[in-house]
Design a protein around this ligand. Structure first.
Ligand SMILES: [Fe+2]
Length: 306
């Protein structure tokens, strides 16, 4: 099956500092071109006699298929992230960026420096969820076929000259800053949440599986949510999910761990995946403390570990 062209999800005439002409040219020539190329390549592949085709034909078509498919997918990721105000609200994604890069500002500095370092060349600057490492990573991609194994891209910044030259000339650094001002973070957050949810499927448990007498129970609600809370699971300790590296040394890695957040969505899942990558036998509570309360299970007064 061939990819179908996806429409833009924003008004291309209303981006801040990116002209309609640039965006339309980029979509029609580069994104749509990749989709058309992919269709033509797959047509050729469908006609191939695999038993007799020369290896150079097979190599060439499969190489070009990968390049065209990745170009199409990365361009969709690029355009899907545009149309916002560039302001990342406090959410599970900001918690993960703080956890994995020290702060959102530090991640921003790293990501934009990576992209600017690619100016004058070509490729993609990518933010991806690494299943292997249980964390977000930024990585360099020299071309469309150059992605990190075991990782799901959630934000892709196009550093090919066609993405900026019409508006910015050779000033790739200015283009990077303008792109960041137009990010629609809710779209990036959705992609991040989906990547984490897919990985976390085997780690989710129901309320009946949580027994504080046999496992360490850790509350990983966001700091602001915990500060506003009056109660927590009986026997639990709160640790800031944005500061994972600071507290994992205090937790016995040989003891099973249950983590829970407010609703049992991306923060609990992502924390569990990060702990698993650090060697912990960990599960997260499906439904979070809201489900626990609804089931009438025991609570205690909320208290930060001394
Ligand atoms: Fe592009």
């Amino acid at each position: 099956m061939d990819l179908r062209l996806k429409p833009l999800t924003f008004d291309e005439s209303k981006l801040d500092g990116l002209s309609r002409e640039l965006v339309v040219s980029h979509r029609d020539n580069n994104y749509a071109g990749a989709v058309r190329r992919l269709g033509a390549i797959r047509e050729r592949l469908g006609e191939l006699d695999w038993g007799s085709a020369p290896s150079f034909v097979i190599n060439g078509l499969k190489r070009e298929e990968l390049i065209a498919a990745n170009s199409a997918c990365l361009h969709e990721l690029y355009f899907d992230a545009l149309g916002g105000d560039g302001v990342l609200p406090s959410c599970g994604l900001s918690v993960a960026l703080m956890r994995d890069f020290g702060s959102v500002d530090q991640w921003h500095a790293e990501f934009t420096a990576l992209a600017k370092a690619m100016g004058g060349g070509s490729g993609w600057a990518i933010l991806a969820w690494s299943s292997r490492e249980g964390r977000l990573v930024t990585h360099w991609a020299a071309d469309h076929a150059h992605l990190l194994a075991g990782a799901t891209p959630v934000l892709a910044l196009d550093m090919y000259e066609h993405a900026y030259h019409m508006d910015f000339g050779a000033d790739a650094a200015f283009y990077v800053d303008v792109f960041m001002k137009n990010i629609r973070w809710d779209a990036v957050y959705r992609r991040y949440g989906a990547a984490v949810a897919g990985d976390a499927v085997p780690l989710g448990v129901g309320i009946g599986a949580v027994d504080p007498s046999t496992a360490r129970v850790i509350d990983v609600r966001r700091a602001e949510d915990f500060a506003a809370a009056s109660d927590m699971l009986a026997g639990a300790s709160w640790y800031d999910p944005a500061q994972l590296d600071r507290w994992t040394g205090e937790v016995d890695v040989t003891q099973p761990v249950f983590v829970y957040c407010l609703k049992g969505l991306d923060i609990g899942r992502s924390t569990a995946l990060s702990l698993r990558a650090r060697g912990f036998d960990v599960r997260y509570l499906s439904g979070g403390i809201e489900a626990w309360k609804a089931a009438g299970k025991p609570l205690q007064a909320a208290a930060v570990p001394s």
